[in-house]
Design a protein around this ligand. Structure first.
Ligand code: DGL
Length: 270
């Protein structure tokens, strides 16, 4: 048993796709979420910058003495986690392994599409791990840089989103993939329009939700589950920029009131 909180971070709203699932899978757990809204997007930054941001985000969450950190960000998980995971004396998990595991189990025709930020796609981590499972798998990857601003600005269910989905996903759809990894945690907020375009026969893998399932297994196996003890407040949220926008969109997405629970911090200090 371990009653400390779970630390989760992303560049903005995207990591809430993991938080929502953690709340469902692990209702006894306390969660501290950090959305680096002042520095979003991460996906278009250089690897050095992503490394710097990731280290700072981890240092911030460590100030709460959390028991584990979930990098609910495809970009930081692929471009930074492999390089930095041994720098910290705390377990840190990212979204890639969990999403790959779900995708290789879901595909029937061995054709898997991967969409993510430029940083994620450039890292090649998803393809590398898929091929490590099965070298016969065919992968089709595409960076979708405009999806994150669409989500962060609350335009997920608009005509603009539909046009972008068509623009970005046409090639992948034409390849006949039967499984598509939403390799950026922001993308499940576009799930409805992506599903409309790809069709119901394509399995969409939500990387945020998959890491939550993996987390549940890990905490269970390692006797790290919370027995129901609440530390302070069950859920706390921090951002590095405007609180109001995060409260509004985050609350809608999580389907719970988060007004008054979000605090702003200066992430540059960490
Ligand atoms: N949600 C993040 C990801 O999964 C970051 C997106 C961004 O900031 O570009 O990649």
């Amino acid at each position: 048993m371990n009653n400390k909180s779970i630390g989760v971070f992303d560049s903005g709203l995207g990591g809430l796709t993991a938080v929502k699932q953690i709340m469902k899978e692990l209702p006894n757990e306390n969660i501290i979420y950090f959305g680096d809204t002042g520095r979003v997007p991460y996906g278009t930054r250089s690897r050095d910058t992503i490394l710097k941001y990731t280290r700072g985000d981890i240092r911030f969450l460590k100030t709460f003495d959390v028991k584990i950190i979930v990098i609910a960000c495809g970009t930081a998980s692929s471009a930074a986690l492999p390089a930095i995971k041994d720098e910290f004396d705390i377990p840190i998990i990212g979204v890639i392994d969990a999403a790959v595991y779900a995708a290789v189990r879901a595909t029937r025709n061995n054709k898997i599409g991967i969409i993510g930020t430029q940083g994620t796609i450039k890292s090649g981590e998803y393809e590398k791990q898929i091929k490590a499972y099965n070298s016969e798998m065919h992968t089709f990857a595409k960076a979708c840089p405009l999806f994150v601003p669409i989500v962060e600005n609350g335009h997920s269910d608009t005509q603009v989103a539909r046009l972008l989905v068509e623009e970005y996903l046409e090639d992948i759809r034409n390849q006949g993939v039967d499984t598509l990894i939403l390799g950026c945690t922001h993308y499940p907020l576009l799930e409805r329009v992506i599903r409309e375009y790809m069709g119901d026969e394509v399995t969409l893998i939500n990387s945020g939700a998959e890491v939550a399932k993996y987390l549940k297994k890990k905490l269970g196996n390692e006797d790290m589950l919370n027995d129901g003890t609440v530390c302070g407040e069950r859920y706390r949220y921090y951002v590095s920029d405007d609180i109001a926008g995060f409260e509004e969109l985050g609350g809608i997405f999580l389907e719970r009131e988060i007004n008054g629970q979000v605090n702003k911090i200066d992430i540059e200090k960490y």
